[in-house]
Design a protein. Structure first.
Lengths: 365, 465
């Protein structure tokens, strides 16, 4: 370069300075989420009872799995964001919720490894809510760089934590940060999301609106989008099937009674998924059915039992969005088929009563 | 790593530029670029690199053999082996499942009609298409054919040839480079890195803005509409397909601008790939303006070897149709792409036959009609099932103006059309290296806005081809 000519400098300053300012504003305004290490976050949750910000889910849940909160709970829940609201009000027992957004089978296997082994004679139930995408998302959420840096160096972890938003930061994050900055202390009922020490999440504003009779309807476009987003890159990966098997075997070896179920999603989502990706949709269910039949599970509820929430009396009023059922619906599902006192009419596998049947059933959509 | 990602913009590119600046020995710089390109490609899939290396080694050795052989039969044999190897890889990775699906569909149809047992070959293999394979295969085929024809001498240094195949700006989605253009530039590298930094940086930034601010914003509006293509009204169908016409143009030409800008930053000139295609006044003109390097490849290595227009009218139409049908198939393993190619083949043939009558029409009329034709032809390119394609065409001519008008798309597409059709100079014609501070300020602010959307950006459309 002969010399850095003025237009280049003007360009770099015009593009760079505003970006550095906006990005810095975002990082500073979100520092509680970005720069709080999971250990401090767990301590904060225990102290405050609930907070309206969240740190790296995978890092938090990995530590939580070994924390006393989880060790003392009667029930452990593992799954994607679709199980995020499950707590004691759903399971009927003290609950540790290890949900991680977009969890894959590989992430599930890692979480299973993190859980402590049961003492002889001790018995704890672990609810595993599986989704179709478990069998194709090719990543282990618990194998992130931040999780590897944290035990090595807090400084390196902090640098990484500052830079990490470059991987997702967009204008909408900026606008959300500005909104929160202008209204730092929202009333609890106005918060969009609140996290609790046992790992679960609740959406106060959603429930306030629901109680007030206001509910957002989801049009056909939203349904189709949810299907495309979930299934478009999908293909059954043998490595994920092995990870699911490995995770379930690990849970059994550690003394957990695993109750595996398909997370309920709206029937419109099921119909659109079957229409667009019917072969993949069915092959994932068949694969998990086959796997469950060969594994020592406490219970396995096939897709036909839990995928369609309408069979539990849930209506569109109970859908947070096309793929997330709210806690009112989840309570019905658990009460009917998953908790101790529930009917086992839908159960296809019970290791205590002999080998499970190899049932193949599609969702009841 | 995508060009439109912070990893590329803030880490990969500065590292490559710094290395280029520090490495004074030209051959070492070529090796550095090659290894950097392999790293770049490795992000897409580590085994993709091995596949590309295999293709590189095979074509490098066979081209040497072609040049050394004196026997015409041996020379021809080596060329055929080289082309077969390249097309074999392409055929397996890109078209094998398409072939199986087609055979199975035919078997099912025959079973339905005749009652004969339907034999399903297999469901499909889990084949992942290596990114950029269509592009580098065409480049290596061109290299061996050009060596065979005696148009170029074979490259004697493996690293220079490997750099020609893999240099990261053109690796994934072109432009499709001529070895006779790139190899001499690599050999002419000077000890002091000769870059055209301002030109390259500004062209890269302009391409980034085209992709992220225009193409991706339009995509965000049309993708939801086209998810339920069977429910479109006339207004929605025309808006969606006009929007797609703009999306694919700004996406692909934005990518090309970024690739060419990166070339300038490395001191390499890559060929122009787009020249305001929607200003075309006839089908021939369109293909001289749209994906120019592919058009030239198809002309030089398919249309002309088939006989071109030298053997009478009917054979010319046949050659045009074969070229465009295969050109369509090159874009993707699906009958919809063949259909798209067929539409353009028919248009080219019709223009060849009736061009004299067409050319007397006013320029504005020809341009408008050509634009409408191109928009209509994008339907099978964008929608993949026969039912969706038929529904979209039906909606376009059903004169059903009920339903919501997506105003956001109207505004976005309108702005994009204004830029594509009416801005006087396109990105090839702007002297980016001579822009003043005011223009630099405007481009810088646009780039800032672009950076706020980079993480919401999607993969380039042509990466899938």
């Amino acid at each position: 370069m002969k010399r850095l000519r003025t237009p280049v400098a003007v360009f770099l300053l015009a593009a760079g300075i505003p970006f550095v300012i906006t990005f810095s504003f975002f990082v500073v305004s979100q520092q509680r989420s970005l720069l709080t290490d999971p250990e401090a976050y767990i301590a904060r949750l225990k102290h405050d009872g609930a907070v309206a910000h969240m740190v790296s889910l995978a890092a938090w849940k990995r530590l939580l799995a070994r924390d006393e909160v989880c060790r003392d709970a009667d029930v452990v829940v593992i799954g994607s964001s679709r199980v995020r609201e499950i707590d004691a009000s759903v399971t009927g027992a003290s609950t540790c919720n290890l949900y991680v957004d977009g969890l894959s089978a590989k992430g599930f296997a890692s979480l299973a490894r993190e859980l402590p082994a049961m003492a002889p004679g001790e018995r704890r139930v672990v609810y595993v809510g599986i989704d179709h995408f478990w069998l194709w998302v090719d990543r282990d959420e618990l194998d992130g760089l931040d999780l590897r840096l944290l035990p090595v160096s807090k400084t390196l972890w902090t640098v990484w934590a500052v830079l990490r938003p470059l991987g997702y930061f967009t204008s909408s994050d900026l606008f959300e940060a500005i909104r929160r900055f202008r209204r730092p202390h929202a009333r609890p009922a106005d918060e969009v999301s609140v996290w609790y020490p046992n790992g679960h999440l609740r959406h106060p504003r959603y429930y306030a609106l629901k109680r007030a009779g206001k509910h957002r309807r989801f049009g056909r476009q939203a349904i189709e989008e949810s299907v495309v987003k979930t299934f478009s890159d999908g293909r059954l990966r043998p490595a994920n099937v092995r990870a699911l098997e490995q995770g379930l075997r690990t849970l059994h070896a550690k003394g957990y009674a695993a109750r595996v179920f398909w997370n309920p999603v709206s029937p419109e989502h099921i119909a659109a998924a079957q229409r667009r990706h019917g072969a993949l949709f069915r092959s994932v269910i068949d694969t998990v059915d086959d796997l469950a039949a060969a594994l020592p599970l406490d219970r396995y509820l096939p897709a036909s039992a839990t995928l369609d929430p309408t069979s539990f009396g849930c209506t569109e009023w109970d859908y947070f969005d096309p793929t997330h059922m709210d806690v009112d619906c989840l309570q019905r599902v658990f009460k009917k088929v998953l908790t101790e006192g529930s009917s086992s009419a839908h159960v296809s596998g019970d290791s205590r009563s002999g080998p499970p049947s190899r049932r193949r059933a599609g969702p009841a959509s | 790593v995508l060009f439109n990602s912070f990893v590329f913009i803030l880490a990969f590119l500065p590292a490559v530029l710094a290395g280029s600046w520090l490495i004074r020995e030209p051959r070492r710089r070529v090796i550095f670029w090659t290894v950097a390109s392999w790293v770049f490609y490795g992000f897409a899939g580590p085994w993709f690199v091995l596949l590309m290396m295999a293709s590189t080694v095979v074509d490098f050795l066979l081209a040497q053999r072609i040049a050394r052989s004196t026997s015409p039969t041996a020379r021809r044999t080596y060329m055929v082996i080289s082309i077969s190897f390249g097309l074999g890889l392409l055929g397996f990775f890109k078209y094998f499942n398409f072939f199986l699906d087609t055979v199975n569909a035919v078997a099912t149809a025959v079973h339905g009609v005749t009652g004969l047992p339907a034999s399903t070959m297999t469901t499909s293999l889990a084949i992942v298409l290596p990114a950029g394979i269509s592009f580098y295969t065409f480049e290596t085929i061109r290299y061996t054919v050009d060596v065979y024809r005696g148009h170029i001498r074979p490259e004697s240094d493996f690293w220079y040839f490997a750099c020609f195949v893999s240099l990261f700006p053109h690796l994934i989605a072109g432009p499709i480079i001529k070895p006779g253009d790139l190899l001499p530039q690599l050999h002419a590298l000077q000890p002091r890195h000769q870059w055209r930094f301002q030109h390259g940086l500004f062209l890269f930034a302009a391409g980034l803005c085209k992709k992220v601010l225009i193409a991706d914003r339009i995509a965000a509006s049309i993708d939801p509409l086209l998810l339920s293509a069977i429910d479109l009204t006339t207004t929605q169908a025309w808006l969606a397909m006009t929007g797609f016409a703009m999306q694919i143009y700004f996406d692909f030409s934005g990518y090309t601008d970024m690739a060419r800008g990166l070339g300038h930053m490395l001191g390499i000139e890559f060929p122009v790939n787009f020249n305001s295609p929607y200003r075309a006044v006839d089908p021939s003109d369109f293909w001289r303006r749209w994906h120019i390097t592919l058009s030239m490849w198809l002309r030089d290595y398919l249309y002309i070897p088939l006989g071109g227009n030298r053997r009478g009218r009917l054979l010319t139409y046949r050659n045009l149709m074969i070229t465009m049908l295969l050109g369509g198939l090159w874009h993707g393993a699906g009958w919809n792409f063949v259909f798209w190619g067929g539409l353009h083949g028919l248009a080219l043939s019709a223009y060849h036959r009736f061009g004299r009558h067409w050319d007397v029409l006013p320029v504005v009329t020809r341009r408008a009609l050509m634009f409408v034709f191109v928009v209509l032809s994008w339907v099978p390119f964008r929608l993949h099932t026969l039912a969706e394609i038929a529904a979209c065409y039906r909606a376009m001519f059903a004169l059903d103006f009920a339903g919501d008008v997506p105003w956001r798309l109207v505004v976005l597409s309108g702005a994009a059309i204004a830029i594509a059709l009416f801005v006087r100079r396109n990105s090839n014609e702007i002297a980016w290296g001579r822009l003043g501070p005011r223009a630099a300020l405007a481009l810088g602010l646009a780039t800032f806005a672009t950076l706020l959307y980079v993480n919401a950006s999607t993969q380039f459309l042509y990466f899938q081809f």
